[in-house]
Design a binder for this molecule. Sequence first.
Ligand code: ZN
Length: 166
Amino acid sequence: MAISESVSIDRVYKILMNVKDPEIDSVSIIDLGMVEEVTHSGNSVKVVLLPTFLGCPALEIIKKNTIDAIKQLPEVGDVEVEFVFHPPWTSDRITEEGHANLRAFGIAPPPRHFEEDGSWHVDCAYCGSTYVTMENIFGPTACRSILYCKSCKNVFEAMKPVSTLL
Ligand SMILES: [Zn+2]
């Protein structure tokens, strides 16, 4: 057994794929584009995360889960997690895999584009229909909205888009 195996950033990223959003456990913080930077000094690892939504109360849980996950790597000593607000997180940071994983959870991923008036539109998370109406913009958490699909008659949630342009 190597006593002083050095810390691999790749291995840290890989294990961060196991750190899921506490409310949407099909998507990881990597999928969500929350991981801004991973650095290490000796066997200490520092992770810089961008909070996804200001209204989501899950940051402390994400921080704890991130630390717990990285500490599973035997070569890692201390783990520090810092949340930064610059650059600001936007929903464009969600990866393609993140979009697929959101859909797998029955949540429509945030739209990539806004209309000129700032409005946005998502397709049904179940059938892909564009024939959807907004039921309740506030949804179960500040970051999700409830929509209703008139094609397949399902109610589904959508992640609100976040853009620095608005
Ligand atoms: Zn539908």
